[in-house]
Design a protein around this ligand. Structure first.
Ligand SMILES: Cc1cc2nc3c(=O)[nH]c(=O)nc-3n(C[C@H](O)[C@H](O)[C@H](O)COP(=O)(O)O)c2cc1C
Length: 331
């Protein structure tokens, strides 16, 4: 299934890269791997980001560890944005150069991660209090990389240092092709309300596309954020977990269990194809819990689905649940 822009015209460009829709899956470490990104694309996400990767890994030896695997992609996954993080412009450039052979369409610098481990050493949102570092990073990357360079930011460090307009200007002056902004400060982490007025201010202030992010929980919020902020696209993170239909602007409450079971089978199929049977099924559990949220399922079957290490058994019990739900609801 490919949902989206019926006229098939780009809605905006990131540098020279066309984007054909207005919803984008957020980078989410632990979630936005190859299988989940494939599923979200199938339901309508117009562009995907990888999970963020530290420059230290990219400057080390290439191996199939969990960090390098974040840069795996399907051959037809376009546009794909590789997201990297670090606290040194030269090293960010070197790291980006080492991954060009993996053919990213776009390179993104993470300037939004609020965890102490990242921001505390001046990377992620820790870059925002350092305007010179931002200028140097974008000037170097845009000068030497053959692909567009973008950044994902927050409002700033805290309520007293909301410098997103200054950082946005600096990014643009130094060649950034797009800014994605999560409407919270570092100290807010994920608490409080995302500030959509700030996203509107940024959009007014910069000539490049802006992606708005934060507190999009249901399909209606997508157009609400677009209208409120004028942003070019809306980025959806937590609300898309166990709910890829949000990219198709379908409310989960309107779905039948059969719709959910279809997505579960598709997603699990992608997981197994990518990770193998056991790893694929076990890694899928956290997604499955989210698919099931909102459904009152027989406890015994649900427990079996969350415990089994056998893909055939999983599919068999899921089919039984589907059949009994269809019987009970007449669907
Ligand atoms: C589990 C998790 C992992 C995340 N990992 C990343 C990441 O690797 N890179 C990044 O830029 N943002 C990351 N984020 C932030 C999201 O991209 C997004 O900005 C945030 O969740 C707010 O959007 P939402 O309200 O739609 O969830 C992560 C968020 C969550 C919940």
């Amino acid at each position: 299934m490919q949902v989206g822009n019926p006229a098939n015209l780009p809605l905006f460009h990131v540098g020279s890269v066309p984007v054909y829709g207005d919803t984008v899956l957020a980078p989410m470490t632990g979630y936005s791997d190859v299988p989940y990104r494939a599923l979200c694309r199938a339901y309508g996400s117009a562009m995907n980001y990888t999970e963020f990767v530290p420059v230290e890994t990219l400057l080390g030896k290439r191996s199939r560890n969990r960090f390098w695997m974040r840069l795996d992609k399907k051959p037809d996954e376009h546009p794909i944005i590789f997201q990297i993080f670090g606290n040194d412009a030269q090293r960010l450039l070197q790291a980006a150069q080492t991954i060009l052979d993996l053919e990213p369409d776009i390179i993104d610098v993470n300037m939004g991660c609020s965890t102490r481990k990242v921001s505390g050493r001046g990377a992620g949102v820790g870059m925002m209090p350092q305007p010179e570092l931002v200028a140097q990073t974008f000037s170097l990357l845009t000068k030497y990389l053959p692909v567009p360079v973008t950044g994902k930011i927050r409002l700033g460090w805290d309520a007293d240092q909301r410098n997103f307009l200054q950082i946005g200007q600096i990014m643009v002056e130094n060649g950034a092709a797009l800014i994605a902004m999560h409407g919270r400060t570092k100290t807010q982490k994920y608490g409080g309300k995302a500030d959509w007025d700030a996203i509107a201010q940024l959009k007014q202030a910069v000539p490049v596309p802006v992606i708005g992010n934060g507190d999009v929980q249901a399909p209606a919020d997508i157009d609400r954020m677009k209208t409120h902020t004028g942003c070019d696209a809306v980025m959806i993170g937590r609300a898309a977990v166990g709910n890829p239909w949000i990219f198709a602007r379908r409310d989960k409450a309107d779905l039948t269990f059969a719709d959910v079971a279809t997505a579960v089978r598709l997603h699990l199929g992608e997981m197994v194809a990518y990770y193998g049977d056991w790893q694929g099924l076990v890694t899928f559990r956290k997604h499955f819990k989210q698919y099931m949220s909102g459904y009152a399922m027989p406890e015994k079957q649900l427990a079996c689905l969350l415990r089994t290490e056998d893909v055939d058994e999983f599919l068999q019990v899921l089919a039984e649940m589907e059949a009994s739900t269809a019987l009970a609801t007449g669907q």
